[in-house]
Design a binder for this molecule. Structure first.
Ligand code: 5GP
Length: 147
């Protein structure tokens, strides 16, 4: 998949947004969805996506959508920090197959990091069970800014 091309309405995140496949939601509003990455590179790996845009990459996103997405990433990252007390946080975003992107619906990764726990490689992490992800999502949701 190159940097440019048509939006595939059957990509995994589009299916999650339509409720066709399950996801462990952290929080959502009319514009954005934050949910647990099912192949977490670290405990508490969250993805944030737009519900309204068909942008595949950062290059295609509408400025107003990017503003909402960025605010959602900020809110979520603050909650991850409060809930899990990591030593660091990696916020990552990949564009195009050559850039490391595997799902072509624009998204941002929030990955908590601990000094003594190596982060798993992108695309090389084992699948997590909902039973393990749901409590993490609940802890992060409980730590969200309320204003
Ligand atoms: P990308 O490689 O495009 O930057 O990131 C896509 C992310 O989506 C990866 O971190 C991958 O683990 C995650 N992912 C792939 N399939 C699913 C899925 O079915 N559910 C969830 N929650 N995450 C997924």
């Amino acid at each position: 998949m190159s940097l440019t091309g048509p939006y595939d309405p059957d990509n995994i995140f589009a299916k999650i947004l339509r409720g066709e496949i399950p996801a462990v939601t952290v929080w959502e509003d009319d514009h954005v969805l934050a949910f647990m990455d099912v192949f977490p590179q670290s405990e508490g790996h969250v993805l944030v996506i737009s519900k309204t845009s068909r942008a595949r990459t950062l290059l295609e996103v509408e400025p107003d959508v990017l503003a909402r997405l960025t605010a959602a990433v900020h809110r979520t990252a603050r909650a991850v920090n409060r809930a899990l007390s990591p030593d660091g946080l990696s916020v990552m975003q990949f564009n195009g197959e050559a850039g490391g992107q595997t799902v072509f619906h624009l998204h941002v990764h929030i990955i908590p990091r601990w000094a003594d726990r190596p982060m798993k490689g992108h695309g090389h992490a084992p699948m997590a069970q909902t039973a393990a992800l749901r409590p993490l999502a609940d802890r992060i949701a409980a730590a969200l800014d309320r204003d």
